[in-house]
Ligand binder design. Structure first.
Ligand code: NDP
Length: 404
């Protein structure tokens, strides 16, 4: 019998695709045995550039942060933002003493008092079930911390389980515990909808804050414009969306480099950005003590173990570079980079537009795209930087002239 597609080897899967020899060779060159075990229907690795944010001061510690991202200007901007915040003494991190992931058991058409009473009566059993379902997390000092019955709408009710998953992001740990807990709710079978973690990580709400001197942002006038831009993005969803996108340039790049789930982090951030009933920016800039002061508060769920982190050497290497000891420390680093990234973007806008710096970085990608060799790239980029208008045709024309 013919093998199913998922049963084939990566090379056999590629053979289905009618590829050019060059494409096939390139894809094969990027295959790895370890990643082939991680996803279904694996054909090749997809590589993304990784660069370094060199030195951001977080709670007094100098940290070098790896960032994995395809957008050319992001890492340069993060370095710039970090320098500005380092000038004000670095970034401070605040978070709950014990961060917890939340899991939900969902019921509909059920009376709140009846369900609430049931949970109260069975508290002890529910805690025992959690311990039995995932003893290893208890050995590490984690486990179920609290249970809360929360009305959602009419007779829709969520029973929320707050679980300390220690240094793991915890999606699987939470789901394992929830599925065991469900077995106690048999008398509510007809009301039961499902059980799953929530990515709205409100038990992992972290705040980072920092100052930048007026001098480093380009003067008091620029600082005041940054504050005005920040106010604007609290009220205008169009501005807020772009501002948060810029923030996630930094956040997402560190989340990806460390092998974490960037969809979970983004979903949680955007949900929090809407918690007041309208979408707003996540950062907040003011002037305080004759300095620009920035704050970012956001729920963030990441791990330093678990998921695919331990299976991907790139992720382990990235964590090693930062000398990170816990998931809580990683949360602080990721958001600190976000704050720096946001400051760099706001400064560029306030000081006359992001396009100049942006296009300079974009020209490198364009040079590669038109076929410049590594030694030709800097020369071509320098020439493109002097022009007011640049496009593929122009870049190709200059490259051809250079080669004459
Ligand atoms: P794992 O299932 O891999 O669990 C983490 C494991 O790491 C623990 O069970 C434990 O193993 C081990 N571990 C070692 N050291 C520690 C430590 N210090 N603290 C805690 N655990 C430790 O991963 P997660 O539960 O973190 O799940 C994350 C994955 O789930 C991600 O890949 C995510 O993308 C995915 N996912 C996400 C969903 C979502 O976001 N909605 C839904 C479903 C999956 P042991 O028990 O052997 O001791």
């Amino acid at each position: 019998m013919a093998k199913k597609y998922y049963e084939l080897t990566p090379d056999e899967r590629l053979a289905f695709l009618n590829l050019t020899d060059q494409a096939k060779t390139e894809l094969q060159a990027n295959q790895s045995d370890s990643n082939a075990q991680i996803v279904e229907n694996y054909i090749s690795d997809f590589r993304v550039p990784m660069g370094l944010l060199k030195d951001i001061v977080i709670d007094g510690r100098h940290v070098n942060v790896p960032m994995a991202i395809e957008e050319p200007s992001v890492i340069a901007a993060a370095n710039n933002g970090a320098k500005m915040l380092n000038s004000g003494g670095g970034i401070a991190v605040k978070m709950p003493e014990r961060t917890v992931m939340i899991g939900q058991i969902l019921f509909h058409n059920v009376d709140f008092d009846t369900l609430n009473q049931f949970v109260n009566i069975h508290q002890e059993t529910l805690f025992k079930i959690a311990k039995h379902a995932k003893p290893s997390i208890y050995k590490r000092g984690g486990g179920l911390v609290a249970i809360n019955v929360r009305p959602v709408a009419n007779d829709d009710i969520s029973v929320d389980f707050k679980i300390d998953t220690k240094d793991a992001m915890g999606a699987n740990i939470v789901n394992t515990i929830l599925e065991a807990e469900v077995t106690l709710f048999t008398e509510f079978d007809t009301h039961f909808l499902g059980a799953i973690l929530t990515n709205y990580a409100m038990g992992q709400l972290v705040t980072v804050s920092g100052n930048a001197t007026f001098e480093t942002v380009g003067g008091r006038e620029i600082a005041e414009k940054i504050v005005a831009l920040s106010r604007f993005s609290k009220k205008d969803a169009y501005r807020a969306t772009t501002e948060n996108k810029g923030l996630f340039n930094g956040i997402g790049a560190v989340v990806l480099a460390t092998g974490n789930d960037w969809r979970a982090v983004e979903a949680s951030g955007h949900a929090y950005a809407s918690q007041e009933g309208h979408y707003r920016s996540l950062t907040h800039w003011t002037i305080s003590d004759e300095q620009l002061h920035g704050e970012l508060t956001m729920p963030i769920s990441v791990g330093t173990v678990g998921g695919v982190i331990s299976a991907m050497n790139q992720a382990k290497n990235a964590l090693d570079m930062m000398h990170v000891k816990s998931a809580d420390e990683l949360r602080g680093i990721i958001l600190a980079v976000g704050l720096a990234q946001n400051l760099a973007a706001l400064k560029a806008i306030a000081a006359g537009g992001i396009q100049r710096g942006h296009m300079r970085m974009q020209h490198r990608a364009l040079a590669v795209q038109v076929g410049a060799l590594p030694q030709e790239v800097p020369i071509l980029v320098a020439k493109l930087n002097t022009l007011s208008q640049v496009d593929t045709e122009k870049a190709t024309e200059i490259l051809m002239e250079m080669r004459k």
